[in-house]
Design a binder for this molecule. Structure first.
Ligand code: ADP
Ligand code: MG
Length: 913
């Protein structure tokens, strides 16, 4: 921790000098609770669920349990300060100038922090009397879902606070409403959904924090799910009170009713009101500007559950990194706001072909107009993060640089609008963006430009951010302040001369103010006549002696008041400018949104140009035709050879309604998984409004996407249990409808061969007969290829390999038909298994295959899944007998002879059949 930490920070002083200088004691020697302690306990009691950052001088201190939690979490030293009720008080602290960093770590671990500040100068408290305590109060609750600081946020990601509300009435038991807010950008949305869709909706948002009512948190059915999520905050019922919801929501927006938000259900109002109430609570009554809540109708976005998102590595890889994800592969945005929007769109692709086409129109315009695109991107690069600067200014956490960001953002927006408008005619999304870019009043930017200096400090309290010449009174105060400094320098020269002490210096510190300082050897001279008439002794240190003079005292007062006045004027100017900006918040927010929209459209066009993507055709059919499709991530990272493009056609056969299922076989490492995923990713890209890596693509909009990998292949997730695989497969079979797209990769591999085969078999049948969806099914069970004969909408495909001088060569080429064998042994050889093992394996394989041909299993004759639910097979009497005999054996208690006899007995039973 900070080495500069004083050994005796301002503590629980037990008497004068009170704040600022005393020893840190919570209680005096008689064991009485000190006033500071009393104040601490009161504030802590009001914020029981937060770690309390209690400001004392240059530190935020934590005490008692908070100190123990924070010291452990942050790896900082836990000390003791004074006693409370006879026991040591644990304490730790973080220096104020590094508080953000520590806050960040605590928040990331799911803690909530109440920041308690000193609300007055300690000097003011001292004036009230020796025992007075500096006034303090919590100015803010820092929770994972309500952050605004750049240092606490990832610029390229949204950070959502989400509220989940559940319908009370028993008939609607499973109805939920979800409201989500990003207070750092003002985005606010609401949606209703069924219980079954809740997890997918949450998975899409990945909220930084989720609030629920106490009742919901304790609900037996939901509790396990809610507890599996990070940062869920249960709140008292009043926050989720439906009766007051509308009023609370309207009040937040300063409206009489919420009618202008469109028809919201009571459930939606409840969730939305919970969000705003919580924001007010954490911001201590401040109301960061939010966009009016936008209602997302059910089914407007492509539902993708958590497992599928993870599996397809949409926004991060299975290892949890952005690098290597689809998002990283396609994000060519030049602004943080653009990156946030593209991530949002990728997480929630659309289902309405028209809405998708509107986005594609914008991308296409920039694809065909590369010159315009380049010009736009150049300007967007320079545009600041308007939305986040605005949010900070409105919650009083902004600095001079945020004002500059607003200035530059408005100017950039106007410039872009001028350039865009003439060309945008073809794309409605861009025409609308151009209009939104013009919303903010140019006068605001002009005012800010006039007021702000060139070089800006980070904090407003540092001053110096108002341009010289902007405010006459400020200029005067600054002149006086700077003049006085020159006078000090002159005074020092004069004193040095009159005293003949050439090393005499005039210095300044916070305790003494300005003082004259000479080295110890000259001290006596100044304290003796005649100089002692001028120099008044203040302090003798080891090496120096310090003095003041009447003249210096007067000068000091003048300097201080001029500096104070200058800073005061600057702060007033800041407040006035911030108020102007806040008043224009809705217009500025629209411009910010438009900047992001532009950036995304131009970035997707850039990507399309760079990687030869084409515009997909999306409609309401059940078609799925990809020609020359590529994997958007693999093709970018592939070294050693080009990516082999592959077609995929799952469209319904002529005169039928439902899409088809492709059963893909082929050796290990042939490219099956890659092929499956690339088709799912192309669907996602198309529906988010992006061009796609293919020669041609036509997709009937998918409403739900599922992707699963068999447990044996799912090593990266570290939960390779067959159970998980089955649970997830069950979810698909229960949920997928005819518009869904299902990707199943090696399902059934996690268990014994025959088990696995039968499960895979039944799953394919179910998809075909019941779900009737489009699907891609990769399997190493060759037996399944026979199913195509019985299931009309199922067809076989294989990834081709070439055998050359006994080695396999992977062609990565998907072709109709079934793989003739699995080539596992060749792969083993490639992997370097000893030659003897390979040779032996070849022999065994030949034997097994010969036996297999001699007694074909005849799977093709099994009844279809839907046609006849299979009766439970009669249990085999012999098997039962052998098993129970086995169970009765106690090998540890047997003699070798008994064991041998038992073995004979078992053998006899087996022969009995
Ligand atoms: P499988 O699932 O059949 O075992 P994968 O899909 O995991 O095979 O592919 C194995 C490797 O082959 C991948 O890591 C990739 O590098 C390469 N590969 C896959 N498909 C292609 C392709 N179409 N073109 C080029 N290389 C490919
Ligand atoms: Mg695979």
């Amino acid at each position: 921790m900070d080495a500069a930490r004083p050994l005796t920070p301002a503590g629980f002083e037990s008497g004068p000098p009170a704040e600022g200088g005393g020893r840190a004691n919570a209680a005096d020697d008689a064991g009485r609770i000190t006033p500071v302690m009393e104040q601490y306990i009161e504030i802590k009691a009001a914020n029981p669920d937060c770690l309390l950052f209690y400001r004392m001088g240059d530190f935020y201190e934590l005490f008692f349990d908070d100190a123990e939690v924070a010291a452990r979490a942050l790896g900082i030293v836990l000390t003791k300060r004074g006693k409370h009720l006879g026991r040591d008080i644990p304490m730790c602290g973080v220096p104020v100038h590094r508080a953000d960093e520590y806050l960040h770590r605590l928040i990331a671990m799911g803690h909530r922090v109440a920041v308690c500040e000193q609300l007055e100068d300690p000097a003011a408290a001292r004036k009230r009397g020796g025992k007075s305590v500096v006034r303090r109060d919590v100015i803010r609750l820092v929770t994972p879902g309500t952050l605004t600081e750049d240092t606490l946020l990832d610029a390229r990601r949204n950070n959502y606070l989400a509220a989940i509300a559940r319908a009370r009435s028993t008939s609607e038991e499973s109805r939920f409403a979800l409201a989500w807010i990003d207070i750092s950008t003002g985005e606010f949305r609401i949606a209703e959904c069924e219980r079954a869709a809740l997890a997918a909706a949450i998975a899409r948002l990945e909220p930084g924090e989720i609030i629920v009512s106490d009742a919901l948190y304790g609900d037996a059915e939901l509790a396990p799910y809610l507890r599996s999520l990070p940062a869920v905050t249960p709140l008292a019922r009043d926050v989720f009170d439906g009766a007051t919801a509308e009023r609370r929501l309207a009040t937040y927006f300063g409206l009489a009713t919420t009618q202008s938000f469109g028809a919201l259900t009571r459930l939606e109002l409840t969730a939305a009101a919970a969000c705003v109430s919580y924001v007010e609570r954490t911001q201590l009554g401040q109301r960061p500007p939010l966009s009016p809540p936008l209602r997302e109708s059910e089914g407007a976005t492509l539902a993708i559950d958590q497992a599928t998102r993870g599996n397809l590595e949409l926004v991060r890889t299975l290892a949890g990194e952005r690098r290597g994800s689809l998002l990283a592969a396609i994000d060519r945005c030049v602004s943080a706001a653009g990156s946030r929007l593209i991530a949002q769109r990728l997480s929630a692709p659309l289902t309405d072909p028209e809405a998708i086409a509107r986005r594609l129109d914008a991308v296409e315009l920039f694809v065909t107009n590369a010159g315009l695109r380049a010009a736009m991107r150049e300007q967007l690069k320079a545009a600041p993060d308007l939305a986040r600067a605005l949010a900070r200014l409105t919650v009083d956490r902004g600095g001079p640089r945020d004002l500059a960001a607003i200035r530059d953002g408005i100017i950039a927006a106007a410039g872009l609008a001028a350039e865009l408008a003439p060309a945008a005619g073809l794309a409605a999304e861009l025409t609308q963006a151009a209009a939104m870019l013009r919303r903010p009043d140019a006068a605001i930017a002009a005012e800010l430009a006039a007021a702000l200096a060139e070089e800006l400090p980070h904090l407003k309290r540092d001053g110096g951010f108002v341009r010289a010449g902007y405010d006459a009174a400020l200029d005067e105060a600054r002149a006086l302040r700077d003049e006085s400094r020159r006078v000090i320098a002159a005074l020092q020269a004069r004193y040095a001369e009159t005293s003949t002490v050439r090393a005499l210096k005039i210095r300044h510190n916070n305790v003494l103010g300005y003082f004259v300082e000479v080295t110890a050897q000259h001290g006596d001279k100044l304290m003796a006549p005649p100089l002692n008439a001028t120099f008044i002794h203040r302090q003798t240190l080891a090496g120096q002696v310090r003095f003041t003079t009447t003249e210096l005292g007067e000068l000091e007062a003048r300097i201080a008041s001029a500096a104070d006045r200058a800073l005061g004027i600057e702060l007033e100017t800041f407040e006035r400018l911030a108020a102007t900006v806040t008043a224009a918040a809705p217009a500025i927010k629209q411009a910010a949104e438009a900047l992001a929209v532009l950036d995304v459209a131009a970035a997707l066009a850039e990507l399309a140009g760079e990687r030869r993507y084409v515009r997909p055709q999306i409609d309401d059919s059940r078609d799925f035709v990809i020609e020359g499709g590529r994997h958007p991530v693999v093709e970018q990272v592939l070294e050693g050879g080009p990516f082999v493009a592959n077609d995929c056609d799952l469209s319904p056969l002529p005169q039928t309604a439902d899409g088809r299922i492709c059963l893909l076989t082929g050796p290990n490492m042939a490219g099956k998984s890659t092929y499956l995923r690339q088709n799912a990713l192309i669907a996602i890209l198309a529906q988010m409004g992006s061009f796609v890596p293919a020669r041609h693509a036509k997709i009937g909009a998918v409403d739900r996407l599922f992707s699963r990998v068999g447990a044996a292949d799912d090593i990266a997730r570290g939960r390779s249990t067959f159970m998980v695989e089955m649970v997830e497969t069950a979810a698909i079979l229960n949920q997928a409808g005819p518009r869904a797209l299902v990707i199943l990769d090696e399902i059934g591999r996690g268990t014994a061969t025959f088990d696995g085969l039968s499960i895979a078999w039944a799953t394919v049948e179910h998809l075909h007969e019941v779900n009737r969806c489009r699907a891609l099914f990769a399997t190493h069970f060759h037996e399944l290829t026979g199913l195509a004969a019985a299931l009309p909408r199922l067809f076989n495909a294989t990834v081709r390999v070439k055998e050359w001088q006994g080695e396999v060569v992977f062609l990565h080429e998907v072709a109709p038909g079934a793989a003739d064998r699995s080539y596992g042994i060749q792969v083993a050889k490639l992997a370097g298994l000893p030659a003897a093992v390979i040779e032996r394996a070849k022999l065994v394989l030949a034997r097994l295959e010969a036996e297999d041909r001699a007694s074909p299993r005849g799977f093709e004759d099994l009844p279809l899944f839907a046609a006849a639910p299979r009766p439970t097979p009669p249990r085999d009497a012999m098997l039962e007998a052998v098993i129970s005999a086995l169970a009765a054996l106690h090998p540890d208690d047997m003699s070798p002879r008994e064991a041998l006899e038992a073995l004979y007995a078992l053998k006899a039973k087996a022969r009995d059949r």
